[in-house]
Every structure is written in C-alpha cells, then in structure tokens.
Design a protein around this ligand. Structure first.
Ligand code: FAD
Length: 490
C-alpha cells in the first residue's frame, strides 16, 4: 500500500492535516491508536465547553434573579456529565464516516516510524472503537505502509507532578476528570491556575463544590498573550463568587486516603480535600514512535523540533500540534495542520505564524487574546500603545446585566498598525476573530472605524476603544505609511 501522506494521530491537528491533504488531491492514511478525535474531542475542548456552557448558564440565570427571572438555577452534576458524554459520542459517531467520505483511509492501530517513508501500524491495546464503522477500521495484524511524506500529530498527555501522584480516583488529571469523576466532590483542590485549572475549577464551583486553586507563580493564567489585567480581573471575580485563590504557593505533597486526600503546602499548612485536580500542563506524546531510531531531534522537554515549515530534522517528516513546541491548543494544531499538509503535498512554501492564532479561556470570565501583548510588542521593537474600553459603557453589556470586562487593542503608536489585543467578557472567544482579522489587515486601527456594527453589540466596543487614537492621528502631522501599512487619515 503506498500513500502520498500518512498522518499519525487523529486529534484536531491530525484530522485537519488529513482533510487538507485529501482536498489537495493526495492519497492519505490516518492512524489512531486510542480514541478517534484525540484529546480535543474526547477529553478536552468539546466536553469542557459543554460543561462550561452549563456553568455559565447557571451563573447568568442567577445573576438575573429579581431582574425579570424567577427561581434559582442549579446544576445536576451527574446529568451534566451524562450530557457531556452524549455530545462527545454524537460527534464521534460520525467522525470516521466523515473522514472516509473525504477520501481519507483510517487505521485504528498504533503507528511507528520505520524510516522516513515507511510507517508500521500495529494492533493497539488502547484502541477503543465505539461504532460499527470504527470496528471495521481496527488493525488486527501489524503492517507497513509506504508513503512519500509523514506528519506526526500524536499530541500530548497530562504532565505529572511527582509530589501529587495521580490515582485516577481522588487525585485526578484532566483525563481522569473527564472519564472517571462520577460524583460531585464537596471540596476540590486545583493544583495549577493555568487554563485547565481555572476552567474546570469554575465548572465544579458552579455545580456546588468548594474550590481552592493553588498557583505557584504570581498570577493566574501566567502564560504568554493573556494580559495581566485579564488575570487580575479573573482572580477578583473568583474571590467574589467564592473560589479561593492562592498564588506563589506550591503543593509539596499529596497523600490520597480512602475517601479524601491530604495536601501539604510550601507555607507549612495542610488541607483535606475530596478531590485533587492536578492541572500543571501537558507533555508531548512520543513514546514508541521511533523518533530516536530515525534521529529526529527533540527539545530538552521532549517536544519534536521543527523548522518554520513544520518539517522535522528528518526531511519529509513533519510534526504539528501539541507534540511540537508552540501553543498547546486545538487552534494552534489546526493552524499547523493546514501549513504542514500543504507543505507535505506541494513542497515547503508556507510558514507557521502563531501571531494569527487566538487563545481563549472559558471560565468565570471569558478571556481571549491574539497577536502580541504590550510587552511583547515593545520587545519586538514597536512603540506600542494600548487602546482600551470597559464594558461598563456598553449598551449590550448593560442589557445583559453583565458589565465585567474590557477590550485592549495593542497598536503601534507611530503608525496605527494593529499588533494584537485581549478581550474579556461575554463572547470574547467569538469577538477575538474580528481582532485577528484586523491584525492581518493593512488598515490598522482604521479597520475598526471602517466597520458598521449592529447595535447594541459586543463588537462595537472595538470602535469605542480605538476612537481617541484615530482622532489623534487625524489631528497629527504624522504620515502613516510604511510597507504593509496603508491606513489613511479620517
Ligand atoms: P491530540 O488532540 O492530543 O491528538 C493526538 C492523537 O494522537 C491522540 O488521539 C492519540 O491517541 C494519538 N496518538 C498518539 N500516539 C499515537 C501513535 N503512536 N499511533 C497512533 N495514534 C497516536 N484547546 C483549545 O483550543 N480550546 C479549548 O477549549 C481547549 N480545551 C481543553 C480542555 C482540556 C481539559 C484539555 C486537556 C485540553 C484542551 N485544549 C483546548 C487543548 C487541545 O485539546 C489540544 O491542544 C489539542 O487536542 C491538540 O491537538 P493535537 O492534534 O496536537 O493532539
């Protein structure tokens, strides 16, 4: 059997790469050793978003008590988890049929690189077919597939913390949370205040658990591209609604008992919790792939090193998504997939550019960012300035009784070129696409002035934020032009 492209891993990176290559006319095979759809569909974005939608509905309904709604909303944890399973299963049911229809041949088995043009697929002990269509795809005998190019899209697994050994029962990682948590714990310790900690911690709080988040750094969401102001606003809201947050504190030991776990902290205190959620990041999944045997270079942390074309150190072998360095999000994996698939099929011609890829957090506040933060813009040599607007002035926010949030638009003070931005508030994860489009436009700040907005809307606040800056440019003597920046005076 000879293919143009073999993709190993069927998460968002893998399936998007397979589809992109198939659309370009390539003969494509996709190998999956565990659950089709990867982390994103089975234990990440989709189940999480399903649960968080319920969590924010509870909050929104209860916030409108005595403002026209009557009767408190409250969550039913077991029903919510069942609903989440049904949503995932509904997507899974069609997954292989959909890919097959697009001309992608799927193998449910474990992939291993024999060399840069041959991949072995062996029966996998993890393979977990859920439909008749998937059962037919199970690999029962090892075989070798010949191919012109290979894309490694094997994703990542939760990172372990030696002092908090996960037992899948009381001390959980995010995978256990999605698959094993069968009752609402009364008290929860979230170890780590990154994206997964603040999202799942908020869900548990809204459904009635008492949640404490412990973060070793000086702020929540201490990751590139989320502005400090956004982190601080989320922390203030957590405290207000009753989620405890401790920063610059580490967990030194967790001992799981029969019903609960005792945790010790770096300040000498201890605490007892029904559940400990270890959410300290993720590590690349490369075990058994045969990377060393091919001489594929990895970083000290084990991520597969790639060029800007997403090709590994071995020609014709590419790597995308969580398994390589870069943002560990489905958005980034989807972005990589389009680049690597086009390069693998047509020859290297597209570069990866994470500047365009948004990051979104769904928690007690929705937070989204794209492009550069103010600090990153300065480091990159821009004379950066930030246009701001608070949701307090938004008609839509007032109508929704939900005015907590803001918009920050990072731009170059000299030229009005848009460099990035952060949005906090309802639908931030949707609004950010407008910011992303604007950042790629040659109109700079004027992109937001050119638009006509429906009223009242969330997006009209983008224009409110930048108005004083376009007005100042209009009055100034500045000539706003440099290659790629074609903004005009108003
Ligand atoms: P994965 O989705 O991890 O898929 C890799 C696949 O490769 C897996 O199915 C694995 O079984 C398979 N595989 C591995 N080795 C082999 C092998 N040897 N042979 C065959 N198959 C193999 N991101 C967002 O953008 N938005 C969100 O809202 C979001 N929420 C998240 C919530 C949680 C709780 C978690 C854990 C993650 C979340 N993420 C989110 C991150 C997102 O899920 C990942 O970044 C994304 O799934 C990475 O995609 P990928 O294709 O690189 O890998």
């Amino acid at each position: 059997m000879t293919f143009d492209l073999v993709v190993i891993g069927s998460g968002p990176g893998g399936y998007k790469a397979a589809i992109t290559a198939a659309h370009l006319g390539a003969k494509v095979a996709l190998i999956e050793k565990d659950q089709a759809g990867g982390t994103c569909l089975n234990q990440g974005c989709i189940p999480k978003k399903t649960l968080l939608h319920l969590a924010s509905l509870i909050e929104n309904c209860n916030d409108l008590q005595s403002h026209g709604l009557v009767g408190a909303a409250r969550g039913d944890f077991n029903a919510a988890m069942r609903h989440k399973n049904e949503v995932v299963a509904g997507i899974r049911d069609n997954f292989s049929v959909w890919l097959k229809r697009l001309g992608v041949q799927i193998f449910l088995g474990e992939g291993r690189l024999v060399d840069s043009h041959n991949v072995e697929v062996a029966p996998s002990r993890f393979a977990n077919p859920v439909t008749r269509a998937e059962e037919d795809l199970l690999v029962s005998d090892a075989r070798t597939i010949e191919t012109r190019r290979i894309i490694i899209a094997t994703g990542s697994t939760p990172k372990n913390l030696p002092q908090c050994p996960v037992d899948g029962r009381i001390v959980l990682n995010s995978r256990d949370f999605m698959f094993n948590l069968d009752r609402l714990p009364e008290t929860v310790l979230c170890v780590g205040g990154g994206a997964i900690g603040v999202e799942l911690g908020y869900f548990l709080h809204q459904f009635g658990a008492r949640v404490r988040i412990v973060e070793k750094s000086e702020r929540l969401l201490n990751q590139a591209r989320i502005s400090e102001r956004a982190s601080n606003m989320l922390e203030r809201k957590f405290r207000r609604i009753g989620i405890a947050v401790d920063k610059e504190l580490t967990v030194t030991e967790v001992r799981a008992g029969a019903e609960s776990a005792e945790a010790s902290f770096s300040d000498g205190t201890t605490g007892q919790y029904d559940c400990v959620l270890v959410a300290v990041g993720r590590q690349p999944m490369t075990e058994g792939l045969g990377l060393e045997h091919l001489g594929i270079v990895t970083t000290v942390d084990g991520f597969v090193h790639t060029s800007e074309y997403l090709e590994t150190s071995v020609p014709d072998v590419y790597a995308i998504g969580d398994v390589k360095p870069g943002p560990m999000t489905a958005n980034a994996a989807l972005h990589d997939a389009k680049i690597a698939a086009a390069n693998a099929v047509k020859g290297n011609h597209l570069h990866s550019n994470y500047f365009k890829v948004p990051v979104v957090i769904n928690s007690a506040l929705e937070i989204a960012a794209v492009g550069l933060t103010e600090e990153q813009a300065e480091e990159a040599g821009f004379e950066s300035d930030v246009a701001r607007s608070n949701l307090g002035g938004s008609g839509k926010a007032r109508a929704h009784h939900d005015t907590e949030g803001f918009i920050e638009v990072v731009h170059d003070a000299e030229t009005g070129q848009l460099l990035g931005g952060c949005i906090v508030g309802p639908e931030a994860g949707e609004q950010i696409h407008m910011m992303a489009a604007a950042c790629q436009s040659s109109r700079g700040l004027w992109f937001f002035k050119d638009m006509n907005y429906s009223h009242p809307s969330w997006c009209e606040e983008l224009e409110t934020a930048i108005d004083p800056y376009t007005a100042a440019f209009a009055k100034s003597e500045k000539t706003i032009f440099r290659p790629g920046i074609l903004a005009e005076y108003e």
